[in-house]
Design a protein around this ligand. Structure first.
Ligand SMILES: [Fe+2]
Length: 311
């Protein structure tokens, strides 16, 4: 079975107006008059009132993640997941064939044959000394971002080892990198995105949503998009900056959907040849550089500590 990425994420929110305003500013496109929003590749963010009876139960109070819909590559993969998870939990199947269940930590998970579309991209060209590529042409400027796809979701879980075991043994995820004893970067498919799911261990024994990341085209779109978001009155959490792990350029914002939302660009793409690395979660490893982090904050702690779970 191969899980190829995130098709949709559903949030239950306490302030629908703020959530809609945020997503409009974020650059995802609203589908008609619905409360569903799409990235360029059709991966979706869905928002519902937190007390909507149709939502899976919340694992924490307030606005938060309520379901992750994973896209799989084939009918066979979907049937394999139904068989594997059906051994020890109830699975509800929609009329359209989407499977709904929960993981071992109360996080609602769903699966369908992926409906995400391939993006046709035209990367920015750079004039590197010795190898100029943009000739007689000014560069592209971004006045706001257009999220291309959902990159990953980050969740704090009470038992990191058990969570890794569930996602790797039961669903075929692979580990791309680790913070020893603290967190694991997991990807669904052998080749592709460095991580679709980043799991942190919580210290309070509860499950907490941390953030959702959206890929944009390049670092300039991270900054152009981020500046627009700041101009619209939303609060930066950390960034812009560049991570060591995954190499991504990032900018995190506090988000009325719960946790934070991240613009990310130029993340590592890995294959089966990639060797998972184990890192110590030291203050310096969070990023090569980050703007807008209070000087007295532990750098490693910025978005990670915001999950209320880290020391
Ligand atoms: Fe992230």
């Amino acid at each position: 079975m191969t899980i190829t990425g995130i098709d949709a994420v559903t949030f239950g929110v306490t302030d629908m107006d703020a959530a809609k305003r945020f997503l409009d500013d974020w650059g995802v496109k609203r589908v008609g008059k619905s409360n569903d929003y799409r990235c360029a590749n059709d991966s979706e963010v869905r928002i519902r009132p937190a007390d909507d009876a149709g939502l899976p139960p919340a694992f924490e109070p307030g606005s938060t993640l309520r379901e992750i819909l994973w896209g799989v590559d084939t009918k066979r993969a979907l049937a394999d997941i139904a068989k594997e998870l059906g051994r020890d939990r109830t699975i509800v199947t929609d009329r359209d064939g989407t499977l709904h269940t929960t993981d071992d930590f109360g996080i609602a998970i769903a699966f369908r044959i992926s409906r995400r579309k391939k993006i046709k991209a035209q990367p920015l060209l750079f004039n590197v000394p010795g190898a100029p590529a943009r000739i007689d042409k000014p560069t592209t400027y971004y006045t706001r971002a257009t999220p291309q796809e959902i990159s990953h979701v980050v969740i704090g879980v009470p038992d990191l080892k058990a969570a890794e075991r569930f996602y790797m043994k039961r669903l075929g995820f692979r580990v791309s990198d680790r913070y020893e004893g603290r967190a694991a970067f997991l990807r669904g498919s052998p080749a592709g995105n460095h991580h679709h799911l980043f799991l942190l261990n919580t210290q309070d024994g509860q499950t907490h949503f941390n953030h959702i990341a959206f890929k944009v085209r390049d670092v300039h779109e991270v900054i152009g998009g981020g500046q627009y978001i700041v101009g619209r009155g939303w609060e930066s959490q950390a960034g812009p900056g560049r991570h060591y792990i995954s190499s991504a350029c990032f900018w995190y914002f506090k988000c009325p959907l719960g946790g934070a939302a991240e613009y990310a660009a130029d993340e590592d793409v890995v294959t089966e040849k990639w060797r998972a690395r184990t890192h110590q979660l030291t203050p310096g490893i969070f990023s090569e550089w980050t703007f807008n982090v209070p000087k007295d904050a532990k750098l490693a702690g910025a978005p990670i500590a915001a999950s209320r779970d880290a020391s």
